[in-house]
Write a protein that binds this ligand. Sequence first.
Ligand code: NDP
Length: 296
Amino acid sequence: MQLIDGKATSNAIKLEIAEEVRKLTAAGGKKPHLAAILVGEDGASRTYVNHKVKSCEQVGFKSTLCKFDADITEEALLQTIDELNNDDDIDGFIVQLPLPKHINETKVTEAIDPNKDVDGFHPTNLGKMMLGLPTFLPATPYGIIQLLDRYGIETSGKKCVIVGRSHIVGTPMSLLMSRNSKVGNCTVTLTHSRTKDLKKECLEADILIAALGKAEFVTADMVKEGAVIVDVGITRIEDASKKSGFTLKGDVKFDEVSEKASWITPVPGGVGPMTVVSLLMNTLESVKRKTVKETV
Ligand code: NDP
């Protein structure tokens, strides 16, 4: 088994981004600027947003954190989005999900200017992805593509099975793995909670991507010898021995599955850091697009 090290890969990409930022600013350009909207006090959401802000600092981006109480009205949130859409200094922004129940997530996602939607969740950007047009790819799938690419993992002609069909991970991942591209050209099976014989489907996978959000769900008996395993899941499990009070578990039972896998991503330190770095890549891309427009 060989480890696909998302932490090391994300650090390498951050160095590349920092170098590009240095060149941009040396040439008189402004620092890329990423903003994040955080609503409420959800512990996991706060942690994710803090990572994003910290990563901006590491690569020389400017960052802005817009924090709101959980009882903010939908109207006030949409107003903030409108302000960020119209702020020329902001190159990209994200709204950390999930949002409180009284706020319509679809409405919020659709309110974001697609040119600043660095999470890649806007219908326009998802549509462009489907058509293979230049766009901001959704952060987690983009991070996984980067990992497979940088580790030189052959995907063409392989059977890829994805567990989970969410709009942010499983479904876009299925499109990316099936498209005619350097990382892609797989025959994809997208599975979910209604899949009849999940174990049988998983056993056929050359590449298995687990994104269902159930700790240690994928066990060794569900995995083919030599398969590539990508574990997207992050579940907090109470653990009194930890300072934080919890430990993070992936969707894959790492100890036993790693014995059969050819390549595997760990949790933590696999897909998670790559999701953050994808946001940075999309924000830098947004800056570059504007620079091209201004010079044409
Ligand atoms: P969702 O809850 O939105 O979707 C889960 C999907 O898994 C659904 O399609 C559901 O099926 C399917 N599913 C649930 N249980 C089963 C089962 N027993 N058998 C087969 N399929 C099942 O999750 P997300 O996509 O948002 O997230 C998935 C996991 O990835 C979570 O742990 C999340 O924390 C993590 N995550 C990690 C990121 C990272 O950066 N590493 C980024 C984003 C998410 P159905 O549609 O039928 O209900």
